[in-house]
Design a protein around this ligand. Structure first.
Ligand code: ISC
Ligand code: MG
Length: 467
């Protein structure tokens, strides 16, 4: 049981209603309180009955930051394609500038935070798979639990209109009390059975890989990332909490995320950071080039060493390094990166990995950096524009939010975006899972196909389809 003593929320609501009258538009009041630790997954689960379809979950790979949101007090979305990063940022800034924030703490990821993401390619023809997600979609939660370096905070966000009155304060208090009272530490155990697993057109996908390899040998394109889908049908509705719990247990080194919208849930465990910005410091990652894990420790070392000296994978990786380095040098005063990749080992796969750090020039915003980086050649290809056009033309899959930036930004401009790979879209008792790989001149369709099979594994296992 968590007891909350409200201090400023009531006064804040009063003030926000007055401000809403003057501005003739809704005004946010945000209050941050330090609370005792709550299990992040239990907080998420506590919102199930009241806020299903309006929740999000985020954990960074270090486990330093957890952000869990329940309810949506403000939605920011944009269906425009050109300038969508900028238009989301502008709307967010305007919203924050007019808001009233009570927050005596200096931590990141507390107070008003918007969580969400962007589709991979807004110009790709839409299918009904992603009908619940617009091309840019962000939620500011009503209640948000943040755990930052072991300290726990609860943020309450209330949007007040000129027609509201102080009864809003009572209403929010009752709702928050109900959420906190329904926190239970044990997740219900529920078995589910995988009835059907359909790989969508694998032969056609391999033919496309072969055709692209031929194109890469002659034209100006150097790399194209091609992805595919597998569709799973279960006996019962998929329990998002259970999938998250499995991901937390099995993919500890990854970003773990869930983003619900209108009853669907985009979920995954990505090893890939697109960009993190804390103050002026920025961190990004070049991640491309893959090999399986070994069955024994010795095997694993042999495979890792083979990856570190494999020319096809080194080329695939280097394209990403070159592009990210150029983008960072444009936006930063200092950029540091090692001159050779190292290994990143996850449960199911190992990758070539080059971390990059920098200091932003003229305080470039996080979303401006996302705009500059997305998609890196780890998800799009090289040259960027031609590769994205090629994917739009030849790929059967509607990527939606797969392979695109997903993450958060707080009201001070700090935040982090992952590249949403190793992910899937849950729709009731069905799920689509996605995986792709970097196709270069030396690619072989069969081995790229095997690579996508390994990349399906984190989600397949978490869903209960592959023990
Ligand atoms: C496109 C995916 O992985 C990317 C990230 C790491 C390694 C990759 C590769 O080796 O092909 C891909 O570029 C995916 O997991 O769906
Ligand atoms: Mg690869």
């Amino acid at each position: 049981m968590v007891t909350i003593q409200d201090t400023e929320l009531k006064e804040g609501i009063q003030e926000a209603i007055e401000r809403a009258k003057v501005l003739s538009k809704p005004v946010l009041v945000s209050e941050v309180q330090k609370i005792n630790h709550i299990d992040p997954l239990s907080f998420y689960a506590a919102g199930k009955s009241r806020f299903f379809g309006e929740r999000f979950f985020w954990k960074d790979p270090s486990g330093e930051t957890y952000i869990i949101g329940l309810g949506v007090c403000k939605q920011i979305q944009s269906d425009q394609s050109a300038g969508r990063f900028n238009s989301v940022e502008k709307e967010w800034k305007r919203f924050i500038d007019e808001s009233i924030v009570f927050n005596p703490y200096d931590n990141k990821a507390i107070g008003p935070v918007m969580f969400g993401g962007f589709s991979f390619d807004p110009l790709k023809e839409k299918t009904k798979l992603w009908s619940k997600y617009s091309d840019s979609l962000f939620h500011v939660p009503t209640f948000m639990y943040s755990e930052v370096k072991g300290q726990a905070f609860l943020t309450t966000n209330v949007v007040c209109t000129q027609h509201d009155d102080l009864s809003l304060f009572e209403k929010v208090g009752v709702e928050r009390g109900a959420v906190l009272d329904s926190i239970e530490n044990d997740l219900p155990q529920q078995g589910n059975v995988l009835l059907k697993e359909v790989d969508i057109n694998p032969e056609k996908w391999m033919n496309t890989v072969e055709a692209i390899v031929e194109e890469l040998k002659t034209g100006s394109l150097k790399k194209v990332v091609l992805a595919r889908e597998s569709r799973l049908v279960f006996e019962k509705r998929i329990e998002i909490e259970r999938v998250l719990s499995n991901l937390m247990e099995l993919q500890r080194e990854s970003f773990i995320f869930a983003f619900e919208s209108n009853g669907d849930c985009f979920i995954g465990a990505s090893p890939e950071r697109l960009i993190k910005k804390y103050g002026e410091s920025v961190f990004t990652t070049c991640l491309a080039g893959s090999i399986p894990r070994g069955k024994t420790e010795e095997d694993d070392h042999i495979l890792g060493d083979a990856l570190l000296s494999d020319q096809k994978n080194l080329t695939e990786h280097q394209y990403v390094v070159d592009m990210i380095k150029e983008a960072m040098e444009e936006s930063c005063t200092e950029v540091e990166l090692p001159d050779k990749p190292q290994l990143m080992k996850m449960r199911d796969i190992q990758h070539l990995y080059t971390p990059v750090i920098g200091k932003t020039r003229d305080d470039a915003s996080l979303l401006a950096l996302v705009d500059r980086l997305h998609p890196t050649p780890a998800l799009g290809g090289l040259p960027k524009k031609e590769a994205v056009e090629k994917i739009r033309e030849v790929e059967e899959l509607d990527r939606g939010f797969y392979a695109a930036p997903l993450g958060w930004v707080d009201f001070k401009g700090n935040g982090e975006y992952a590249v949403a790979i190793r992910s899937g879209l849950i729709q009731g008792n069905e799920a689509s899972i996605f995986a792709g790989c970097g196709v270069v001149q030396d690619s072989n369709a069969e081995s790229e196909y095997q690579e996508t099979k390994i990349k399906f594994r984190p989600m397949l296992t978490a869903l209960g389809g592959n023990k």
